[in-house]
Design a protein around this ligand. Structure first.
Ligand SMILES: C[S@@+](CC[C@H](N)C(=O)[O-])C[C@H]1O[C@@H](n2cnc3c(N)ncnc32)[C@H](O)[C@@H]1O
Length: 224
């Protein structure tokens, strides 16, 4: 786990996932995914942090004799990206890794929401997504950013950064892909979660929702 200041943590929503929970989600993802061809499996963590989730999923893929995959990741914290890169590379030197110190939401907006304007070349969707997205409330995000996110991702009410992440994932998951998401359960019952609930239901086949015991004083749901 990297050491970042409380202020940075609050602004970027950085709470790192304990290994046990990471392993649990990884196992659920593999149990719900079946490879249909020999194509390279594109794995994504859109908010990598120090790489715990990608490390966990990589170990479980190998344990299941799945070796034809590559890792992709984003994080706005460049120090975290360096640490994730180092941790993964030192354990799996031959693995193809593409970690970017950049904003995942901007990537989605540029390539999917406003597509056609500034598209990247390599735009294949992702087959496996594992994530614990950042939680940053409207008060911390600031009114302007919150309003922008609401407009771009068609959200309403008090927008939290993880709302935008959940919506953004609907653009990038491959048709037969599987996502394992560790997320606060608040969007399940608050009014501003309505748009996300609808979007998740119409874009994903929900394989399971699981509530964990009070973890980090919040309750989490896993969608896969
Ligand atoms: C809840 S932490 C999860 C980290 C890691 N995946 C884990 O589970 O241990 C969220 C991470 O999101 C990053 N983050 C915040 N805003 C982001 C953005 N717009 N795009 C990509 N990453 C972002 C933070 O820097 C932080 O590392």
């Amino acid at each position: 786990m990297i050491d970042i200041s409380t202020k940075t943590k609050k602004e970027s929503g950085a709470h790192y996932t304990p290994t046990e929970l990471a392993n649990f989600v990884s196992k659920q993802i593999i149990a719900n995914y079946s490879t249909k061809n020999n194509k390279t499996i594109r794995v994504l963590d859109p908010a990598v942090g120090d790489g715990e989730l990608l490390l966990s999923l990589t170990a479980i893929l190998y344990k299941n004799d799945i070796t034809n995959f590559e890792l992709n990741g984003f994080d706005t914290n460049s120090q975290a990206i360096k640490i994730a890169q180092y941790r993964i590379k030192s354990q799996y030197p031959a693995l193809k890794i593409n970690l970017m110190a950049s904003d995942f939401l901007q990537f989605v907006v540029r390539n999917y929401v406003n597509h056609g304007l500034f598209q990247d070349n390599n735009l294949e969707p992702f087959d496996l997504i594992i994530t614990n997205p950042p939680y940053v409330r409207t008060q911390v995000l600031g009114a302007d950013k919150s309003r922008d996110l609401a407009r771009i991702f068609n959200l309403s009410g008090r927008v939290d950064l993880y709302h935008a992440f959940l919506k953004a994932l609907t653009y990038v998951l491959a048709e037969h892909g599987t996502a394992g998401i560790i997320v606060s359960n608040r969007f399940m019952y608050i009014r501003s979660g309505e748009a996300i609930r609808k979007d998740l239901l119409s874009n994903f086949e929900i394989k399971g929702i699981l509530e964990t015991p009070n973890y980090l004083k919040q309750r989490f749901y896993l969608l896969y």
